[in-house]
Design a protein around this ligand. Sequence first.
Ligand code: TRP
Length: 355
Amino acid sequence: MSLNVSPASAPSATSTVSNKPSAARPIVLTGDRPTGPLHLGHYIGSLVSRVQLQDEASQFLLLADTQAMTDNVGRHQKVTENVVEVALDYLAVGIDPEKSTIFIQSQVTELYELSMHLLNLVSVSRLERNPTIKEEIRLRGFERDIPAGFLTYPVSQAADISAFKATLVPVGNDQLPMIEQTNELVRRFNNVVGKDVLVECKEVLSETGRLPGIDGKAKMSKSLGNSIALGASPAEIKQAVQRMYTDPNHLRVDDPGQVEGNVVFTFLDAFDPDRDAVAELKAHYTRGGLGDSVVKRRLEGILQEMLEPIRTRREQWQQERGEVLAILRRGTERARAAAAQTVSEVRGALGLNYF
Ligand code: TRP
């Protein structure tokens, strides 16, 4: 993992940078399901690159509440309550609402319309073959009773992407089947109407690997209880580092320790800008004579320093809930205008412009 964490900029109400697409600016669309506040895994895996991308591209960031509802039936409140939480995380890390369009999926009703048309272009068996869906069906125990909305969410995701004619979609590995299905649908649609209305997209994969949980499990996740939230307090950060999985066989300071699979070192690789110091620590740890507590203290210092400004900005925005909602409203209006343009072309291509 390489570190490229630039400090986020302070909340700015009056940025002058335009987000109008131009021929030279690619259109980027990505987003998150609002099922909980975001954590360090999101930060290193996607948020840092979004902060960079907003200067180079016309970037749409979607709060995927409709998608989150597909596997949270009866828990819709958990979804709706977290929309603002995730927006706070975006703003706290330096997503600038003047540069990036942050919007709420459910409020862009054009997306439902586009989804409906795309649904005719995919078979149920193709939907069932999507590896991410297969895995999620298994994890959620849906085998015998798959909600139709869940099975078809990749089509809705294809609508999210193609409604904006996005060409770049920054996602994790698990989302590659969605990109593939999106492009199949785009080709199929264009083929059926005999006109290139929709645009194919490319994934942008994060260069950093996936951040493990503090327990050493492959994935950091709030629901697994092994995450460090972006808004974590100093005490929570300290406790998380103390609980971090190291080398279970490294019992005495003098024992040689193992660096591979040792979460503290994985985190240092991800967040410590001083590569030489990390290499030295690793060598020392491997030889023996370096205690876990010393390495943990270094990591804690780095995380405290990195998260302090994020937490402060998050708290500032939290006091401005009305302004956050206004940002989401403006973003959603911008997103609707863009999606409406594509949907009107889709209607035209299908002969649905009766009046
Ligand atoms: N499926 C994504 C996730 O689980 C969220 C998402 C919804 C998304 N629509 C999207 C991501 C469109 C990229 C593009 O995190």
